[in-house]
Design a protein around this ligand. Sequence first.
Ligand SMILES: *Cc1c(COP(=O)(O)O)cnc(C)c1O
Length: 240
Amino acid sequence: MTISEKTNAIRNRMDIAAQKANRNPNDIKLILATKTVEPEAVREALIFEKNFVAENKVQELSRKAPQLKADKVEFHFIGHLQSNKVKEVLKYADCIQSIDRIGLVDILHKQLSAEGRMLNILMQVNTSYEESKFGISPEEAAALASYISQHETLRLNGLMTIGKFGGTNSETQACFQLLCAVRNELERLNLPNTRLTELSMGMSGDFELAIATGSTMVRIGTAIFGERIYPDSYYWDESK
Ligand SMILES: *Cc1c(COP(=O)(O)O)cnc(C)c1O
């Protein structure tokens, strides 16, 4: 299958999973996770009226985003964001899904205030409690969300998580259910500037389960672009 055909096949599987869960397929976005994929190959997957591309590393985003500018793409950042790369990532990202600490909120707010604009963000929650994963712990999520809501440059639209690495179906589902529970807890706080409509969860191996559990954004790489040469932990580690 070509990349376009694989993209279509994934979208079909997403729609079927949504229908099985009595959900509207239009409520679930396909985010192309394009780390290590060159722009020519990414372009083959841009088959929808509106397309979503996500990168893990700022350097890769700044190299590739300008080459895809003409292709009606909304760019998301899903990797660990180092504070010294905030200015650079803001040149290209329409949404940052990986907000995980107060220090990052401060730096983003300062820069966005200087630029006089707002940014859509999601908060990354570490639902698997794995040390290798970034994200705020579920217990600290309310405090971070409340802090974010006090900064008018940041629009918190929901939560993102990565399911347990190599987990069983039920372990992965527990991660997704925990993200829903955190969302419900935050909703009860009635925070200003906060919507919490998006749940970004599900990857190539678990997106149907994620859709059954309430996902509104699935992030797909391998199932469309093929296997990567580096392990995922490489992209989740800020020191590399
Ligand atoms: C790579 C990556 C994905 C996509 O993973 P696949 O298994 O290749 O579909 C999703 N989310 C994040 C944060 C990633 O780094």
